[in-house]
Design a protein around this ligand. Structure first.
Ligand code: SF4
Length: 392
């Protein structure tokens, strides 16, 4: 039996559909949904507010009660990567405690948390919260997993960048225990350098959207980084429905579908059915997006043609060395699955579009046009005593 954590859309009809799937006992079970309030919210999470369902505390409370009657838990996401240091001030701690009291009153018993200091506050609060470590905490090895266990966490979502490092996952599972979870529908490039700054941007924008420029910046660069090489689509560390059994083989049976932004317009039930039945016929990229495309620039990949791709990762210790130039495995496989001429055309269109419409590019163009003579003058006026030498 595999257990799934699903993004909440806060609709009773969706809970009914999950309940019906659970009753079929088809090899999978929805154990919980997860999310956070967006109205009168004062507490950051890991997703920008403009993408999330409109939810206040009262709706949350009703949703939790409705789900509980059908045997489905709810997990509240307090998984911001930054609280702007509020957690280190007396007033910040008081605010956090008051917020914890309010959501506990609404029925919340499970939290997903990123920051160690926030975990300490939640543990000390005295409420009976079960704490799950967020994937944003970037747990990539057994030592980090053990640290969070000592801190009081009893569940853990592993950093998705190690989804295909089976020996490492096995060690984490052994050290932390059975409640280790993996995200299956990963859409991020495994070696993305924007990952941490993007988490920070989403945390800042999770209560009130600060600015469209920062929001677009990461969205655009995410697509461009994927398209820097077409084979990067193989390196998003997704887990196909057909490959779940390999993870069962190392003792992992808990999985999470990400996409709190996708539940509003997508089809989480259809995505879940594919993972329950461990089979999916269609474009893998659509499944990963839960049938709500994150971009218009989409390169399809026939899921069934990906049979066997994961095998060398399972059989060989540390098969992926993160040095693609000297490996080439993903590129070779990608050429069997992807229509390269069509993909190259699409990549060119995406590059043109983002070059023209990216707000940050516009800002750079407007604000960074001072030549070095101008910069020298400004520097000389502001820092008369500085001894920095500008290069000629
Ligand atoms: S090192 Fe090899 S297996 Fe790893 S991502 Fe690069 S091409 Fe794929």
């Amino acid at each position: 039996m595999n257990y799934f954590s699903m993004p909440a859309d806060f609709k009773t009809a969706t809970i009914d559909a999950y309940d019906a799937l659970n009753r079929r006992r088809s090899g999978g079970r929805v154990m919980e949904t997860y999310g956070n309030i967006t109205r009168n919210n004062t507490f950051e999470s890991g997703r920008p507010v403009n993408l999330l369902p409109d939810v206040d505390l009262e709706l949350l409370s009703q949703y939790i009660a409705y789900s509980a009657k059908r045997g489905i838990d709810f997990n509240y996401t307090l998984n911001a990567s930054t609280l702007q240091n509020r957690e280190f001030t007396p007033s910040g701690i008081a605010d956090i405690q008051s917020f914890l009291a309010r959501i506990h009153e609404a029925g919340v018993r499970n939290l997903t948390v990123t920051l160690p200091a926030l975990m300490e506050i939640a543990v000390k609060s005295g409420y009976d919260f079960s704490i799950k470590v967020s994937t944003i905490s970037q747990v990539t090895n057994a030592e980090k997993a053990a640290f969070y266990k000592r801190l009081g966490a009893d569940r853990l979502v592993v950093d998705e960048s190690i989804n295909r490092d089976f020996r490492n996952l096995e060690r984490i599972r052994r050290r932390f225990g059975e409640k280790v979870e993996l995200i299956v529908n990963v859409v991020c490039y495994k070696n993305c350098v924007y990952r941490m700054p993007h988490y920070n941007q989403m945390s800042y924008d999770s209560v009130k959207l600060a600015d469209q420029t920062s929001y677009d910046y990461f969205g655009h660069r995410c697509v461009l980084q994927r398209f820097a090489s077409i084979a990067n689509l193989m390196k998003l560390n997704w887990i196909r429905p057909e490959d779940l059994h390999y993870y069962n083989g190392i003792g992992i049976d808990r999985f999470k579908l990400q996409g709190r932004q996708a539940v509003v317009k997508g089809d989480p039930i259809r995505a879940l059915e594919a993972y329950f039945s461990e089979s999916y016929d269609g474009d893998l990229m659509e499944l990963l997006d839960m049938f709500d495309p994150t971009t218009h620039f989409r390169i399809p990949m026939d899921n069934k043609k990906l049979d066997g791709f994961i095998a060398p990762f399972v059989k060989n210790d540390h098969f992926c060395r993160n040095d693609c130039q000297s490996c080439g495995y993903c590129e070779t496989f990608a050429r069997k699955v992807i229509d390269y001429p069509a993909a190259e055309e699409l990549v060119a269109m995406a590059e043109d579009f983002f070059a023209e419409y990216d707000r940050f590019n516009g800002l750079l163009e407007k604000e960074c046009r001072r030549d070095i003579t101008g910069a020298k003058k400004l520097f000389a006026e502001e820092m008369v005593d500085a001894d920095f030498e500008f290069p000629e």
